[in-house]
Design a protein around this ligand. Structure first.
Ligand code: KIV
Ligand code: ZN
Length: 407
C-alpha cells in the first residue's frame, strides 16, 4: 500500500493497505492506558464489551492490554484478538524491551487478523538515570533488540520513546533511527507526563521527521497525557506537524489526569475540518453511547461540563443563550447534539432563564397561557429558581396547574 504526500514519502504499512496521506489512524488505549488509572480496571467480559463498542465507534487500533502484566491482562488481549480474528481493528499488545514481554505480547495477539506489538523504553535523561539506571548507549541497544524481536513476531510494530517530550532531541533522533532500521512501522513520541505545550509538539515532530533517515517510510504517532489540560491541544499540534496516528481514550481516562480524549479529538477534526482537513473513521453518532458504556462499566461518571459527553455539553440555562437557541441553535452550539449521539439540546430552567424559554417549556408541557397567567407564573418560577438549583418539569407543572388551562 502506498501513502503519497509532498512531505511524506511512500509508506507501505503492513496493516492498513493504501491510505490517504491525510487519514488519521485512531489508536484507542482505553483498555490499556485508560484501564491503568486507579479504580478503572475492567474484567474480561467488560473489556470485550468495550472492545466491541470501540470497533462500532470506528477505532482503527485497539490497544487491548499489557499481556505480561497479569494473567487476566493476557487473557483479555487474547480474547479480544480472537474476537477480531476475521476482520475488525488491529489488536495491539504492549511490551517492554525484555524478550519475555515481547514473547507474551506476541502470543496474546496471535489470533487477531491484524495485530501489532507496541514496545517502548524510556529515553529522557531523567528516566534513563533514575528509573532504568542505564547509559544512553545501552538504551539505544535495547531499542534495536526489542524492535527486532517484535518484528520477528509480527509485521506491524510500534515503538515508543517513553517520556519522549523530555528527551534530548539528538538522542531522540538516534533512537527513532534505530527503531526504524530495526523494522518499526509506527513511531510514537509520547508526552508521558503531560509536560509539553503545543509549540513543543510542533518542534519535536517536525525536527524528528525532517532529520531522521527513513522517517518518510513510517507513521508518526502522538500520545498525550493531560496533566496540564493540554492533551488534545498537543495532539492537534502533532497532527499539524505530521503525526498520522492519535492515541486516545474514551472520556479521556488514563494515568493521573488522563489521556487525550477520543471524543474531543474526533469532534475537533469534524467541527474544524476547515482548518484541519484530515479524515478518520470515527462514527461520531456512536460517541455518547460508548462514553456511557464505559461510565457504567467503571462506575465513574464524566464531569457535567466535560466536552462532548458531559451532561451539560448541550444544555443551556442563561436567558440570553436560551433565547438565541430558540431562534437558531447555531448561535450557541458549534456542533449538533445528534452528531455525537444526544437526542437533542436541553434548555434547563433555572434562575438565569428568561421568559422565552419559560414560555417554550409551558407550551411543550401542554399549557396554553394567557398574558396575565404568564406574568404570574413567570414571577413564581423566578422565586422558585432562586431557591432551587434546577427547576424540573414537575416543578413547573405544580407551579402553573392551578393558574392556567391545559391546551
Ligand atoms: O505515556 C506513555 O509514555 C505510555 C507509553 C507506554 C506509550 O503510555
Ligand atoms: Zn501513556
Amino acid at each position: 500500500m502506498a501513502i503519497t504526500h509532498p512531505s511524506f514519502g511512500t509508506i507501505n504499512h503492513p496493516s492498513f493497505g493504501t491510505m490517504d496521506p491525510d487519514r488519521i489512524i485512531v489508536f484507542d488505549t482505553t483498555l490499556r492506558d485508560g484501564e491503568q488509572s486507579p479504580g478503572f480496571s475492567m474484567n474480561l467480559e467488560e473489556k470485550i464489551r468495550m472492545a466491541e463498542a470501540l470497533h462500532e465507534l470506528g477505532a482503527d487500533v485497539l490497544e487491548a492490554g499489557f499481556p505480561i502484566a497479569s494473567i487476566g491482562d493476557f487473557e483479555s488481549v487474547h480474547a479480544i484478538a480472537q474476537k477480531f480474528s476475521k476482520d475488525g481493528p488491529v489488536v495491539c499488545g504492549l511490551a517492554r524491551t525484555a524478550p519475555g514481554d515481547i514473547a507474551r505480547a506476541a502470543e496474546a495477539i496471535k489470533p487477531a487478523a491484524r495485530s501489532r506489538i507496541h514496545t517502548f523504553v524510556s529515553t529522557s535523561p531523567l528516566h534513563m538515570r533514575v528509573k532504568l539506571r542505564m547509559e544512553p548507549e545501552d538504551v539505544l541497544a535495547l531499542v534495536t533488540s526489542s524492535v527486532t524481536a517484535a518484528r520477528n513476531a509480527t509485521a506491524d510494530v510500534e515503538w515508543s520513546a517513553e517520556d519522549g517530550t523530555r528527551t534530548e532531541i539528538d538522542f531522540l533522533c538516534r533512537c527513532v533511527e534505530a527503531a526504524i532500521k530495526a523494522g518499526a512501522t509506527t513511531i510514537n513520541i509520547p508526552d508521558t507526563v503531560g509536560y509539553a505545550v503545543p509549540e513543543d509538539m510542533a518542534n519535536i515532530f517536525s525536527t524528528v521527521r525532517n532529520r531522521v533517515p527513513g522517517a518518510e517510510r513510517v507513521i508518526f504517532s502522538t500520545h498525550n497525557h493531560n496533566d496540564l489540560g493540554l492533551a488534545v491541544a498537543n495532539t492537534i499540534a502533532a497532527i499539524r506537524a505530521g503525526a498520522r496516528q492519535v492515541e486516545c481514550t474514551i472520556n479521556g481516562i488514563g494515568e493521573r489526569a488522563g489521556n487525550a480524549s477520543l471524543e474531543e479529538i474526533a469532534m475537533v477534526l469534524r467541527t474544524r475540518h476547515d482548518a484541519l482537513p484530515f479524515a478518520n473513521g470515527v462514527a461520531t453518532p456512536n460517541i455518547l453511547r460508548t462514553s456511557r458504556l464505559l461510565a457504567t462499566i467503571t462506575g465513574f461518571d464524566v464531569q457535567p461540563n466535560k466536552a462532548i459527553v458531559g451532561r451539560n455539553a448541550f444544555a443551556h440555562e442563561s436567558g440570553i443563550h436560551q433565547d438565541g437557541m430558540l431562534k437558531d441553535s447555531s448561535t450557541y452550539e458549534i456542533m449538533t447534539p445528534e452528531s455525537v449521539g444526544w437526542t437533542k439540546s436541553s434548555l434547563v430552567l433555572g434562575k438565569h432563564s428568561g421568559r422565552a424559554a419559560f414560555k417554550d417549556k409551558l407550551k411543550a408541557l401542554g399549557y396554553d397561557v394567557g398574558d396575565n397567567a404568564m406574568n404570574d407564573a413567570f414571577k413564581r418560577f423566578k422565586d422558585l429558581a432562586d431557591r432551587k438549583k434546577v427547576v424540573y418539569d414537575e416543578d413547573i407543572v405544580a407551579l402553573v396547574d392551578d393558574e392556567v388551562v391545559r391546551a
